[in-house]
Design a protein around this ligand. Sequence first.
Ligand SMILES: C[S@@+](CC[C@H](N)C(=O)[O-])C[C@H]1O[C@@H](n2cnc3c(N)ncnc32)[C@H](O)[C@@H]1O
Length: 282
Amino acid sequence: MYCGQFLDAALAETNSADVRYIAFQSFLTAPFLLSQISELEYSFAGKTICDAGTGLGILPCILKEKNPLKIIGLDSDAVSLKTAAALGGNASNTSYIKADVRSMPFKAEIFDAIFARYVFQHTNLSASFLSEIKRTLKYGGLLILIDIEDDMTLHYPEPTDNSKKLFSAYSRYQALNGGDRNISKKLPSFLSSGGFCDIKIKPFTQIFFKRKNDYDSTGQIKNAFLLLQNEFESIKKNLFEKDIMTPSEYHAGLNDYYKFLNSEKEDILISKTDFLITCVKK
Ligand SMILES: C[S@@+](CC[C@H](N)C(=O)[O-])C[C@H]1O[C@@H](n2cnc3c(N)ncnc32)[C@H](O)[C@@H]1O
């Protein structure tokens, strides 16, 4: 369910570009997420859990089978939530709520664990998000963050300048909207100054390697391109409207990257690192 079927089901539910992008992201990162969850060595049975910024609800889908008492998926985007609820089925221990993570509609100290996966990259170091987490988490409760660090993405050989321009336009756009695509390295210190303890930091690196003329290994690379294409598709209108880049620069960057990934002349290596960061409310 978490891989191909999740993607198919999500794409069948809606045609929104934002949702398509999160569907591809969920699909490509699901194997990673499963190993990150088992890495936690945390028993979810009987626990009350919040997935803040749940998107299409991949976490509730996975966790509901681990016998928690309750999982609440919270997101500010109604279309994503509707899709999440449809994908999640009618599990009695799962519910979805539309709200902002910086003002959560819950009583104090009700959650045993709170997840926020790929959410701080959108909110940046939001003091109100952290204080809402702290307020709603029980004493001794676990906060689990998974996020990106674009500074640790490597390509060999280097993509063209057109493609690099596209990536940096995307970073600038996310920053203009209050986000940060290099958030992971800043989170541990932020959590520590927010009063959390027992902070653990673990990098997870995903490697794509395609040898020239090796057509068997192109699947993952093509999927990575589809993710990127959907990601850019959902924001390209804003890039043009805010004069961050022109349509021709956008298309040149994307076309070059497609050609780069499908090169028959060179081997291609891409390495992308996410961080799993956990801490405890004292
Ligand atoms: C990249 S998606 C990640 C979704 C999900 N956590 C996952 O791992 O698949 C980020 C999600 O955070 C949500 N989000 C961003 N800022 C938010 C806010 N201030 N309040 C609630 N949700 C927010 C977005 O709507 C989006 O669904």
